[in-house]
Design a protein around this ligand. Structure first.
Ligand code: MF3
Ligand code: CO
Ligand code: CO
Length: 281
């Protein structure tokens, strides 16, 4: 594609994005600690909303094309965009939580963060654990590939590699959902370009310092076919198979990457790949 421009941030602007990213990380940390059998997804959403309010940050999902909550919480066969409601979590559930916010700089510009994690509640099936671990590994492999790579297409190659290897090793069916992709992020939650989790002919834009992306593999334990519920948001698998979703906001900086939605910048997650996060200059 010609002229598909990617927003370039100054180091100061990336620092604002890191402030948003750390707020998202702490918010999701609180939600993760609260996950237990019996808590409703609406109660988890309230924890997130109140934390952002207390921090002076603004939820970026709430009101987005009319979206009614701070978080997306997608349980079991819900793939993404699950609306928090009165459903109480149960032992064995697979729970994906996606959340974001923006913080405002001195010029009034909002800087966005977006991140997601998936956990199993209490005792879980081996298949669900493989699904969740594979998706998290795919995310970190993709982030490491960006640190070493020269084009955005490194993401899709890394995700496919992890999913294929783990499917072969475990004998489980693991499928990348191609319909939902990562994205550029910065002055809005969703900016160009798309960041597919699969190899495509387009190798993607050349990576340059100041770019920022939300990397977010979504993997199901069955067929990737999905439909949207009558609430017009919740995406579910057609075959009822469970889904996992992991996401981080990452900046391309001189000498590598920095994971803006990880409190350690990605030190722990990137270590297995021999990658040390770069710092914002
Ligand atoms: N945060 C999601 C993503 O990872 C998008 C959420 S859309 C919303 O891109 F409307 F639910 F906010
Ligand atoms: Co998200
Ligand atoms: Co996203």
């Amino acid at each position: 594609m010609f002229g598909a421009s990617v927003e370039i941030k100054t180091p100061t602007q990336l620092a604002h994005m890191e402030r948003a990213g750390h707020t998202v990380a702490r918010m999701l940390g609180l939600v993760r600690e609260a996950i237990a059998p019996g808590i409703t997804t609406k109660e988890l959403d309230r924890i997130a909303y109140e934390y952002l309010e207390e921090q002076g940050a603004t939820p970026n999902f709430l009101g987005y094309y009319g979206y009614p909550a701070t978080l997306c919480i997608s349980v079991n066969d819900r793939v993404v965009h699950g609306i928090p409601d009165r459903y109480a979590l149960r032992e064995g559930d697979v729970v994906s939580v996606d959340g974001g916010c923006f913080v405002t700089d001195e010029t009034g510009t909002g800087w966005h963060g977006d991140s997601a994690f998936t956990v199993t509640v209490g005792e879980s099936s081996a298949l669900d654990r493989i699904l969740v671990e594979t998706t998290e590994t795919a995310l970190w492999a993709a982030l490491a590939a960006l640190a070493n790579g020269s084009r955005l297409g490194a993401v899709g190659r890394a995700v496919e590699g992890v999913v294929e290897r783990n499917a072969k090793r475990t004998g489980q069916r693991l499928t990348i959902v191609r319909e939902y992709v990562g994205h550029g992020i910065g002055t809005a939650m969703h900016l160009p370009p798309d960041v597919p989790n699969f190899v495509s002919r387009d190798k993607g834009p050349r990576l340059k310092p100041g770019m920022a992306f939300a990397i977010e593999p979504i993997i199901v334990a069955g067929s990737q076919a999905t439909r949207i519920l009558d609430d017009e948001w919740t995406v579910v698998t057609l075959d009822g198979s469970h889904a996992a979703h992991w996401e981080h906001t990452v900046a391309i900086v001189e000498g590598g990457v920095r994971v803006l939605t990880a409190l350690d910048g990605g030190v722990a997650g990137l270590a297995p790949y021999g990658v040390i996060p770069a710092t914002i200059p």
